[in-house]
Design a protein around this ligand. Structure first.
Ligand SMILES: Nc1ncnc2c1ncn2[C@@H]1O[C@H](COP(=O)(O)OP(=O)(O)OP(=O)(O)O)[C@@H](O)[C@H]1O
Ligand SMILES: [Mg+2]
Length: 387
């Protein structure tokens, strides 16, 4: 039977219904995704940097006490917001000083599927758990990062909710686009499919620009947008599309650090080599004085059991030296498994200690790089023996 418009209309309706049902699977009864993880008194003490006893005493003083099971009166644990309140009270919050500049990081590669979005979301969650204020700017019209926070981008958002409205000159700052996520400490500028039009709009604008100054403006749009809100955040993470276009160039200009996820395989590595060549060309052409606080290749989807991958990783390490992270983002079924429940390993109630350890080791290395760019952290980093 020939299948035409009617058939497609039917499929689209079915898709929409299925999407609605799938989304509610990951939601609480009031239809909102929630951060359900609670932290034991021991965990909270370590996160706050004070003893358990101090936490108990303080609780009474500033009205912070752990959740209890009403039936048994047993302690369930502290909420992340409560831990952050205690961090503030004791001055153990790791946030940057107002004089330090916000760390604006591009998670970028021109290869698809290398773990850019997963890295963006997991790094954001790691940093938020540490008490940093994080903004994710989803710059990819595939909107994977936006979906990870429990949204169905193309039914919930349209172009006016994305960074595009600022670019169209309809807003003075990016505040209109910022939404709180269910994860305390993480805000999001969402994306959705129509953001791909921005690619063409910017390209058109640059092609018709009448002067170099005007052209430069179109490369600086994302930087300008982010600069209007970055004083409220410690870290801004930009999840990038897997291509070189106007959006990716804007991301390069807006960033002051770059993470390049690269699986240890020939094609992925070749693509990273190509990526650096293009970055150099782009930067040399439009922002020759640009400097980054750090540029790090991050081995991603690493399968330790595969000898060939490990050989490859060793060659990458030999060649890249300081420009490659010491730790790796290992391939683990925990990533897709938790995603299928609309969760991540960080917000799962039941702790996956081994995977958490892998993630924490990796992201603490990046956390150090971020802190290195903040003069107010210099002394602490020295005391910790990091620098
Ligand atoms: N460490 C990991 N272990 C297992 N699966 C992973 C891991 N990292 C990423 N994945 C899976 O690989 C796929 C691609 O990951 P992701 O979406 O982060 O890549 P991407 O680089 O953002 O892709 P795109 O270029 O399409 O935006 C996803 O299905 C994700 O769940
Ligand atoms: Mg992606």
């Amino acid at each position: 039977m020939v299948k035409g418009i009617e058939y497609l209309t039917d499929i689209i309706e079915k898709c929409d219904d299925a999407l609605d049902r799938l989304v509610t699977l990951g939601m609480s009864p009031n239809n909102e995704k929630q951060f359900e993880r609670r932290f034991s008194v021991a965990e909270a003490a370590s996160m706050v940097g004070r003893t358990r006893n101090t936490l108990y005493r303080l609780g009474e003083e500033i009205g912070v006490s752990p959740d209890k099971n009403p039936a048994t009166n047993r302690i369930i644990g502290y909420k992340l917001e409560q831990i952050n309140k205690m961090r503030e009270h004791f001055g153990t919050s790791p946030r940057r000083n107002n004089d330090d500049k916000c760390s604006v990081i591009a998670v970028q590669s021109f290869k698809g599927g290398v773990s850019k979005s997963v890295t963006t979301v997991y790094l954001a969650q790691y940093l938020a758990l540490k008490g940093y204020r994080v903004l994710i700017v989803d710059c990819d019209s595939q909107a994977s990062a936006t979906s990870s926070f429990g949204f169905v981008p193309d039914t919930t958002f349209d172009i006016k909710h994305t960074i595009a409205r600022f670019l169209e000159g309809e807003e003075e700052d990016l505040n209109y686009a910022i939404i709180e996520t269910y994860f305390p400490g993480i805000d999001l500028v969402p994306s959705c499919l129509p953001l791909y039009e921005t690619e063409f709009d910017l390209f058109n604008a640059v092609s018709h620009a009448e002067s170099n100054e005007e052209r430069a403006e179109y490369y600086n749009e994302f930087a300008n947008a982010i600069a209007t809100v970055s004083d409220r955040y410690d870290v801004v993470l930009m999840d990038s599309p897997p291509s070189l276009g106007m959006i990716s160039i804007n991301i390069l200009v807006a960033a002051n650090a770059i993470i390049v996820p690269t699986p240890p395989s020939l094609y992925d590595f070749a693509s990273t080599a190509q990526y650096f060549r293009m970055v150099k060309r782009v930067i040399a052409g439009i922002a020759p004085n640009k400097e980054y606080d750090f540029i790090k290749v991050m081995p991603s989807k690493v399968e330790r059991g595969k000898a060939r991958q490990i050989d490859f990783l060793n060659i990458m390490r030999d060649q890249f030296g300081n420009s490659i992270l010491k730790s790796v983002f290992a391939l683990t079924s925990a990533i897709p498994n938790t995603a299928s429940l609309y969760q991540t390993v960080y917000d799962q109630k039941k702790k996956d200690t081994k995977v958490l350890q892998m993630l924490d080791t990796l992201f603490s290395e990046l956390e150090t790089e971020i802190r290195r760019s903040w003069p107010s952290h210099e002394l602490a980093l020295e005391e910790e023996g990091v620098i």
